[in-house]
Ligand binder design. Sequence first.
Ligand code: NAD
Length: 359
Amino acid sequence: MKIAVLAGDGIGPEIMAEALKVLHKLDLRFEMESALVGGAAYAATGHPLPEGTLKLAQSADAVLFGAVGDWKYDTLERALRPEQAILGLRKHMGLFANFRPAICYPQLTHASSLKPELVAGLDILIIRELTGDISFGQPRGRRSAPDGHFPGAEEAFDTMRYSRPEIERIAHVAFQAARKRGGRLTSVDKANVLETFQFWRDVVTAVHAQYPDVKLDHLYVDNAAMQLVKAPKSFDVIVTGNMFGDILSDEAAMLTGSIGMLPSASLNASNQGLYEPSHGSAPDIAGKGVANPLATILSAAMMLRYSLNQPEAAARIEAAVQAVLESGLRTGDIHSEGCRQVGTREMGDAVAAELAAQG
Ligand code: NAD
């Protein structure tokens, strides 16, 4: 089990250290290799995704990723910004399926901006297609200035496009995921207005014939956005395109009220995956030892489940996180009255100790 460890920038190295600590408590043997990525890689080599880092990622069974980005790189030309490393990894590794679970842990229901009864027990999975749609359609790259702006231009446009194989493969991934969960899949589109998404609906419906045990329904994206805040527990698995998925998965994340808790996975056709917390590099708290490492620890659990075929180890980590929350430990982002506030390292230590206690 070869893991490429890319900690990145900001709080990335701090939260990664805790995830590795937890992985090392399992009775499993990993081959781990670290490399620079994002702003750290740019500072050292002049590129956010150096050739060596990409090769390492491609040769590994899974990539465990911290976060990239820092405001000090915001004036760089777009191609050299830290965030380009993620786009490069997605593209070169063919990571087309993005899994974003939104789980509201019973101990954290009060952290949501919705009423507790609407989110208590929430456990939904958003699967976002990651390599097609308007972000990758033609024409791209016609910017008239190297920094990505358009001095003097009168218009700009992007083209929305999906091919049948692109929709089919994400639909298969989604039906299979729904089959392993509650057996319900909601496909989100805009078939009433966009040709691309009428096509999406037709193709998903055709793929459904191979999964008669899964209940499929279709929802327009505007309605899906409403239902997510009105009755989020009515969903099981949602599948949607790149752009709608980007927006809906962040909306769903905030239902749980705690961005520091949410893991994510991006998978390719051979189950090789990149696993990262849903949050960014949080430069405002970097180096202070206060970041919540649980999203990264839970990303490591997803890695064990989806790319390394170790579902039991994944479940052990998830149970350990629940137990630590139950014991009342909280980092600042999820802190509430009556709980004990701890730092990044103490939280990682507590999860590791819980794993050891489980035996
Ligand atoms: P962010 O997610 O980094 O931070 C948003 C807010 O959430 C901040 O107040 C931060 O302190 C807090 N936060 C985030 N993670 C936390 C954690 N684990 N524990 C406690 N608090 C946490 O988003 P941002 O501020 O918009 O972006 C900061 C940088 O991160 C930017 O350069 C952005 O481009 C980059 N970014 C990277 C990724 C990625 O690496 N995948 C994703 C999003 C943003």
